[in-house]
Design a protein around this ligand. Structure first.
Ligand code: TYM
Length: 332
């Protein structure tokens, strides 16, 4: 079976609906077809200022949400990035292969650095994409399922794989970006031209998987739409309504045309009520299972240790190849 790898940052109070519909739902399905590695990029989480106790809690919380959302630890390898030191080791080698200008052109870095104030942004934030390339290339995966916002990072990983291979000999697999066409992007409910993200301007634009269901329903019912009354899918002219339709069709699997047809003659209020119902029904069991998993953190930690051991078997072999090809003196 071909191999896939992906990860989600343990930042925010929990995963949000964009992470869930844009990534996790897809990850769960991919387990049937591929050998999957899913990890929690905690090294990435410290590229911006953080609280240690919070990071520790959120790392377990994210792991619990992966499992509650359907990641099967018997079939897939689930691990924490900092448990596999090869990620940081390979990141250094790849950083030395990346041009300063090339790294400066990463749009996510530019956005985040602007948000933190350019001089206050850490050098780690600058190195973020090379660490991400290391996460991927260590496992020589066929593909990386991500949302549209990660496309440029994936491109860099591909470029670095090719560059290393041509400079030092065939070592890495050039990974494919697996970006699902419809569910690829979920937008902020209050500002539906911006992607849903934990740095949302208004908390009402963001739905967390662990939110109280009543609060979730309320946020959906106050989602921004437009001055028309017709329910149809048009990302440009009707971003709010289109986002609500995308949320339903991603959860139920119904195709967009028949979904839109079912709203003929109905009002936005109907659509919002349905979205609220579908979302609450989808996330309630995940919330319950996550809470249950967190009642026994030592069991969770044991699962993660097992995953890290499996991941290290692969990662250490790749890193050994890399060190040899780069010309590092073998340690006796
Ligand atoms: P992160 O943690 O920001 O997001 C995790 C995944 O969720 C997707 N996503 C969305 N999809 C749809 N709509 C949205 N509003 C939305 N917001 C987020 C993202 O595309 C992503 O797939 N750099 C990565 C983490 C990472 C990684 C990796 C991923 C580190 N190393 C190696 C893959 C492979 C990140 O910050 O994703």
């Amino acid at each position: 079976r071909q191999r896939l790898l992906s990860g989600m940052q343990p930042s925010g109070d929990s995963l949000h609906l964009g992470n869930y519909l844009g990534a996790l739902v897809n990850w769960v399905k991919l387990q049937d077809q591929y050998e999957c590695l899913y990890f929690i990029p905690d090294l990435h989480a410290i590229t911006v200022p953080h609280e240690p106790a919070e990071l520790l809690h959120r790392t377990r919380l994210t792991a619990a949400q992966y499992i509650a959302g359907g990641i099967d630890v018997e079939r897939s390898t689930l691990f924490v990035q900092s448990h596999v030191p090869e990620h940081a080791q390979l990141a250094w080698v790849l950083t030395c292969l990346t041009g300063f200008g090339e790294a400066s052109r990463m749009t996510q870095f530019k956005d985040k650095a602007a948000r933190h104030g350019h001089d206050a942004a850490s050098a780690g934030l600058f190195m973020y994409p090379m660490l991400m390339a290391a996460d991927i290339l260590l496992y020589r995966p066929y593909g990386v399922p991500v949302g549209e916002d990660q496309r440029q990072h994936l491109e860099l990983a591909r470029t670095l794989a090719q560059r290393f291979n041509s400079r030092f000999g065939e070592t890495f697999v050039v990974p494919e970006a697996l970006i699902p066409p419809t569910s690829a992007k979920i937008y902020d409910l209050q500002n539906p031209t911006a992607k849903m993200s934990k740095s949302a301007e208004s908390p009402n634009g963001l739905i967390n998987l662990l939110d109280d269901p009543k609060a979730t329903a309320k946020k959906i019912k106050s989602a921004v739409t437009d001055a028309e009354t017709v329910v149809r899918f048009d990302r440009e002219a009707k971003p709010g309504v289109s986002n609500l339709l995308t949320i339903i069709s991603t959860i139920t699997g119904e195709d967009m045309d028949s979904l839109v047809a079912s709203y003929e003659g109905k009002m936005y209020g109907h659509l919002k009520t349905d979205v609220a119902q579908v979302v609450v029904d989808a996330v309630a069991p995940i919330k319950a299972r996550t809470e249950e998993l967190l009642t026994d953190p030592s069991e969770l930690d044991r699962l993660l240790a097992r995953g890290a051991a499996k991941a290290r078997e692969i990662a250490s072999r790749t890193l050994a190849d890399v060190y040899e090809r780069v010309g590092f003196l073998p340690a006796l």
